[in-house]
Design a protein around this ligand. Structure first.
Ligand SMILES: O=C(CO)COP(=O)(O)O
Length: 124
């Protein structure tokens, strides 16, 4: 593959159905883009769309940090991170770290579906 940057897709359990619907509706647009996802989210995306997704570890097992490192290294073009703000997450520090590196490196980050739609529409 070229050195094209990844689009990162991540969803908490309470938002995985929303992510599945998002990738189904945008399958054509996402096809051909290098995609990276945390383990469970990536499995759902592959099952829903058949798209090829690079999978890192599950979020609670360090996957958010792995994607955060990719962001810091300039390997990520945009992040859709459908967070569940009404649930406590044992890996909250990792979630915050991922969002922090997006802000440090000025990488577009959508944390809800309304913004995710806009982000994909405007992905250069
Ligand atoms: O926990 C996550 C993001 O913080 C997502 O991880 P999974 O996609 O493996 O469920």
């Amino acid at each position: 593959m070229s050195d094209e940057k990844y689009v990162a897709l991540i969803a908490h359990d309470g938002r995985k159905d929303v992510m599945a619907d998002f990738v189904r509706r945008h399958k054509k647009r996402l096809d051909g883009l290098p995609l990276v996802a945390t383990a469970t989210t990536g499995g759902i995306i592959e099952a829903e769309t058949g798209l090829d997704v690079k999978r890192v570890l599950s979020g609670p097992r360090g996957g958010d940090l792995q994607i955060g490192a990719m962001i810091a290294e300039g390997k990520v073009r945009a992040v859709v991170f459908l967070r569940d703000p009404l649930t406590a997450h044992p890996h909250e520090p990792d979630i915050n770290a991922l969002m922090k590196v997006c802000d440090i490196h000025n990488v577009p980050l959508a944390t809800n579906i309304a913004t995710a739609e806009m982000l994909l529409d405007n992905l250069k």
